[in-house]
Write a new protein. Sequence first.
Length: 655
Amino acid sequence: MIERMKAKEEIQSAPRYVLEELQVWAEQRIFNLTGVQRPISFQEVPSGIKGDYGIQLSSFTKGSQWNLKGLAEAISEGLKQAKNPFIREVHTAGPYFNFELDMPTFGVEVIRQVFEMGPKYGEESVGNNTVVVIDMSSPNIAKRMSYGHLRSTIIGDALTRIYRATGYEVLRDNHIGDWGTQFGNLIVAIKRWGNEKELLSSKDPIGVLQDLYVRFHSEMEKEKTSKREELKEIVEKEGIEAVPNLQKAIEGVSQEIMARKKISQEQLDMSKVVEDALDRVVTSRLEEEGREWFKKLEKGDPEARRFWKICVDLSMKEFERIYRILGVEFEYTLGESFYEGMLVDTIQEVRQSGKATVSDGALVVDMTDKKLGVAIVQKSDGASVYMTRDLATAKYREKELSAGEVIYVVGEDQKFYFQQLFVILRRLGHPVGERSKHVYFGMVTLPEGRMSTRKGRVILLKDVIAEGLKRVRKILKTKNPDVYSSRKLREIITRQIAIGALKWNDLAYDPKRSIIFDWDKALNLEGYSAPFVQYATVRANSILRTAGVKIGDLKIDTSTADSNIYCKPAERSIIKKLAAYPKIILEALNTNNPSQIATYAYELAKLFNSFYTIVPVLSAKNEEIRVSRVMLVAATSQTISNALNLLGIEVPERM
């Protein structure tokens, strides 16, 4: 172990990885040499400049008596005398101070750590077993899962793996939409246009339910459009005051738009505001029936409960089938209905807190001071809303699940809503309001616009999966007939490639970025894709099989390192990339962005492909170099596999 001299400020946790060791060593030595305490971060030196890692010196001169030139000279001389087995030379380059690695020694230590930790290489313990609840997937009952649901499911699963790899205890909660006014609407649709026996015997019961749901909204829109036109005529002839509640609706819509868009009242498009306000005050006969049936459901009406249970059971069966294909699991699938018995206490707490008021019979929380408008907690008819149920859910997670943090993986269009939720929780005195995050993602769109269940224009997730499997089977049949001839192996590999491609399409880019769905892009098997990275790993494993070694059995002797190993640029690049992996995981954690892992895996795969093309491995000129390169191949395979595992992507045995 490299000697580490103690600085005045205690280091909170000992580093585990060689790059961390080197960074701490440099930080402490610089402090001892200059008296300046600064956290440092290694930056990889660009090609053409001497050195492997650099430190920017300008930060050390701020607030100290040192000038840049004097500081560089002091550090250069001091570090040369200090000696570190991983450092060959020290260079100054303008405002930077560069280390040139002793690559044989450094490389052997990096590979030793990869072998020693195996599947756990890269993991950290910064989480200290803090409980994190991840609210993810959350499809709605009686609706087919769309491609859009893949984003929350896959991003949530990747975050789960990243948080667990950094020392957190993660509880995944599939907060399914199994409660709310929409179930009253669905009951109306079933009773009006459905057939219970046909529903239960259908091969696609969710499809039947969704068709009924779409029909309900289509018929309701017809009624509301007619009513809206009538009210518009009244407004034009008699003014806004002639339509009950319209003025209040206009005020509410205005506040929400100003808060969301951060604009003044003068910048509002009042014609659009009035249109939106009319939508709020216009009701239809069907809508009223739906509300009545949901009130019955809340009160425990046997017929309403029976219809509701049919919808839930049929939906969950299909959801679970898709989750099995995706390889995604949950610790909890509680759903909104689980919190039904807690809603009365939640509403009572809000009412008695002094933070809410009654407006037109509804219980509301005014957050206009935060530019967040007014949030309804209970409707004027006594019915609960999403906010009621989410408040109860947050309180339960805080108290019963001991959540130190709650992460909501939900679309970008819900940003405003979650800001409201967190503010209300804080005002009620619940610490979970401070410890909650909304990790949002962009929408999935079609050429003609955003997906919409109500209008029936949606790409079904099961169809995406089926198409992916079909395409991969065709590719395997053409490119690898041997794999295709074994049905069992073919189906395993087909699933691994197809599901890997789908997951990559969601995880390889910043989650905030919206996606225009495209079959070819989603299932691209070349370039910046999962199959490209998978194939690099399969190729590495093939080399290891030919060499007659298994990754788990490999050991490396760090006591001596031949000066001829790991000297080629392609080898050096891979070793530095392997050493950087733990830092990448922490960056992905701190930004809640799995795409950093995907980018890393792709870059490492590219480096390996380049290495494999220009550097002989099994045919190396002597045994020492051959063994060192086999070790490098094994460490690369292990690290890429670890990175893909954090994304929930498997590595096929063959491709």
